[in-house]
Design a protein around this ligand. Sequence first.
Ligand SMILES: NC(=O)c1ccc[n+]([C@@H]2O[C@H](COP(=O)([O-])OP(=O)(O)OC[C@H]3O[C@@H](n4cnc5c(N)ncnc54)[C@H](O)[C@@H]3O)[C@@H](O)[C@H]2O)c1
Length: 317
Amino acid sequence: MKVLVTGCAGFVGYHVARRLLADGDAVVGLDNLGPYYDPALKRARVAALRAAGPLEFHVGDLAEFELLRALAADVDVVVHLAAQPGVRHALVDPFSYERSNLLGMLDVLEVVRRRTPPPRLVWASSSSVYGGNVRTPFAETDRVDDPVSLYAATKRAGELMVHSYRHLFGLQALGLRFFTVYGPWGRPDMAYWRFAEALFDDRPLELYGDTAASRDMTYIDDVVDGVVAAVRRPVPDELLNLGNAEPIPLERLVETVERAVGRTGRRLSGPAQPGDVATTFADLERSKAALGYEPRVRLEEGIARFVEWYRWWRSVR
Ligand SMILES: NC(=O)c1ccc[n+]([C@@H]2O[C@H](COP(=O)([O-])OP(=O)(O)OC[C@H]3O[C@@H](n4cnc5c(N)ncnc54)[C@H](O)[C@@H]3O)[C@@H](O)[C@H]2O)c1
């Protein structure tokens, strides 16, 4: 198969592209190598991908419509992962969410629907769309009209845009709601990375909000299994959860990172951050049935693999 991966230099994009290359698929990658976090990490991911297989990689923005159109001209599937992630950054630069998650989503949809026949679209939504919902686990059929961050609102808006394009143009488009993905080559803004970094740097660990607050943490290889299953197998579903179905309290995450690093750190507690939610917890019934999705990697194992990688990354960066 030939697959266009947007956000190919990002954490999830890197791993998806890597798996596709290993499976012998042709991969075209697009990424603007934006400055939300260290672009050197993005460039290192691209270099590692190039070493893994014949990647066709382009530095460019979703807004470069003709470029996007040319890259999608002969692919079987578009895996759209490029986005402005993170809940907190929206308080600093809200317009980056507008550009990448709203306009960027529309660019992708227009490119897809203008092609004859349209390629299939598999794209990343987020567990954050469940917002302030209290009934767990979160199921795809739950109402999702209480986003508590701009990030969540833009991901939900993306879901609604895709819904309308499926209706108008008969697109085959599947949104995958990722639940806190973690692992090697991960994102420096995420809690598990920040805790490891603080431990290595001998700095206190900054914990925000209630340490009983929990996240359904999903190991990257499990998420890649789900994304690649969706690339291989057209499904009628519009939205599916990709999570781990085991919410991890913040305190347990900290202890797990400490064990993997082999040090404990002083805790500094701060108030809950605007946009944070109390828990996330995926119902996986539908993704199991549609994609055969079955997460396998337990937190201790996944964090140990991340820390091993992070040790190496610190030695080479
Ligand atoms: N990692 C998670 O826990 C998680 C959870 C839920 C949803 N998601 C979603 O999964 C996708 C991948 O996330 P990630 O964790 O790999 O983030 P990431 O920031 O590592 O990857 C996103 C990539 O997209 C690129 N990008 C952003 N805007 C772009 C634009 N306008 N044009 C071209 N490239 C652009 C960035 O440079 C980056 O490399 C995103 O859509 C994100 O919202 C991630």
